[in-house]
Design a protein around this ligand. Structure first.
Ligand SMILES: NC(=O)c1ccc[n+]([C@@H]2O[C@H](COP(=O)([O-])OP(=O)(O)OC[C@H]3O[C@@H](n4cnc5c(N)ncnc54)[C@H](O)[C@@H]3O)[C@@H](O)[C@H]2O)c1
Ligand SMILES: O=C(O)C(=O)C[C@@H](O)[C@H](O)[C@H](O)COP(=O)(O)O
Ligand SMILES: [Zn+2]
Length: 363
């Protein structure tokens, strides 16, 4: 039985779109109102295709539906693999009226969205996220792209979807390591904007790790609400949106250092948020107890608390030097002004940053 639990709108004027959240929605919800032409191309990967492609096809009755299956993994979030999507579109003669559908986790979502932004100078797309991370974060907001060996998500475009369909039942096949990775981004929302959500997470983390339906539905709804509000205020990251990058300056450095896919995005962001909290405590904006509270939450989610063995402060500094938030060569970090309140700043004292890096790189 299918049940829509929540529906919200990302309010972007003529580019507004719904996020439909519920149980058993795949195969039950008719998505053709969000499709303009007669053709649909589902972009997915070799893990997700056998699990969900049949149900996904059923969301597009009366349409001509094709499928491109990508290899699975963050290491394939690159130019070469992106090109497989264009190959499939051209081989099947998809026109500029086609609609792409990204069916999978954040990797498929970011690549499918970027392909949609580029193909014949831009075609519409729909997000059907199937990991917790993609349901709480990557499917919303229109950031799309691929990695470069020298930096995460360095090539991409802002391209908003027509709709986001979140079926929480798809999480039942997700490995527990991936559930924990998704919880890192959930914790992020509490830290940047919603102190009440932080309190709730402390009480309910066990239920989330165990994927209890009611708790997971709540966490997805609150996360998407927070992201939708921030994106509606600052679609292209002119200012406020950068708070969604809490933990990512350190986290992206960890992902690039360790080789894409060895550390999951959520794992790297979890450590990055503890590092950002540590630096905030050194800057005096939160207490040492609050810093410990962040580490505890990350650990409760089943995530690592320290960067990879062998990563040095210099590795961090070199990789963070290409961070997209930097301006005129100045490192800008998202720090906590208080628990539940984040700010982007270039003003962290160099000696405090050095102390944070030294503390975390001591193994
Ligand atoms: N665009 C954004 O705003 C944004 C936000 C956050 C993260 N991201 C990006 O998202 C990516 C991470 O996304 P992710 O954590 O979803 O990883 P992922 O896409 O690699 O998916 C994780 C794993 O789960 C598998 N999988 C997906 N759905 C499944 C299901 N229902 N059952 C079983 N297995 C399933 C995938 O095949 C993969 O092996 C990173 O590249 C990150 O940079 C983008
Ligand atoms: O949507 C955003 O904005 C975010 O920053 C969300 C992040 O969780 C996500 O990982 C995003 O892809 C990072 O963007 P980037 O611009 O730092 O590459
Ligand atoms: Zn992220």
């Amino acid at each position: 039985m299918s049940k829509i639990l929540h529906q919200l709108i990302v309010d972007l004027g003529e580019r507004s779109y719904p996020i439909i959240i519920g149980q058993g929605l795949l195969g039950e919800v008719d998505l053709t109102p969000y499709v303009t032409g007669s053709q649909v191309m589902i972009v997915t990967n070799e893990t997700v295709a056998p699990l969900y492609q049949d149900k996904a096809r059923e969301c597009f009755p009366g349409k001509c539906v094709d499928l491109v299956t990508l290899p699975d993994g963050e290491k394939y979030k690159d130019w070469q693999t992106l090109n497989l999507i264009f190959d499939g579109l051209l081989e099947k003669r998809h026109t500029r009226k086609t609609t792409l559908v990204a069916l999978g986790g954040g990797v498929v979502g970011d690549m499918g969205g970027f392909a949609a932004a580029c193909y014949q100078r831009g075609v519409p797309f729909i997000q059907i996220p199937t990991t917790l991370l993609s349901q709480v974060d990557s499917s919303v907001g229109g950031k799309t792209g691929i990695n470069h060996p020298l930096g995460k998500n360095m090539i991409g475009a802002f391209h908003q979807p027509e709709a986001v369909l979140i079926d929480t039942n798809s999480l039942k096949t997700l490995p527990s390591r991936e559930v924990s990775a998704g919880l890192a981004e959930v914790i992020k929302y509490g830290l940047i904007r919603d102190p009440g959500f932080l309190d709730w997470l402390e009480v309910n983390m066990g239920r989330l790790v165990a994927l209890e339906d009611e708790a997971v539905g709540q966490a997805i709804f609150r996360s998407c609400t927070c992201k939708a509000e921030v994106v509606a205020k600052d679609e292209r990251e002119g200012g406020l949106r950068a708070i969604l990058n809490l933990g990512h300056t350190f986290g992206h450095a960890i992902e690039t250092f360790s080789g894409y896919g060895n550390w999951l995005h959520g794992e790297a962001v979890g450590v990055g948020m503890i590092m950002a909290a540590d630096l905030s405590a050194r800057e005096g904006t939160i207490t040492r107890e609050e810093r410990a509270r962040v580490a505890r939450l990350v650990s409760l989610a089943g995530l690592p608390e320290r960067p990879p063995e062998g990563m040095t402060p210099d590795d961090f500094m070199n990789l963070m030097a290409v961070d997209k938030k930097n301006v005129d060569g100045q490192l800008r970090l998202v720090l906590l002004r208080a628990m539940g309140d984040a700010v982007v700043t270039a003003d962290a004292a160099v000696e405090n940053l050095s102390a944070t890096l030294a503390g975390f790189c001591r193994h």
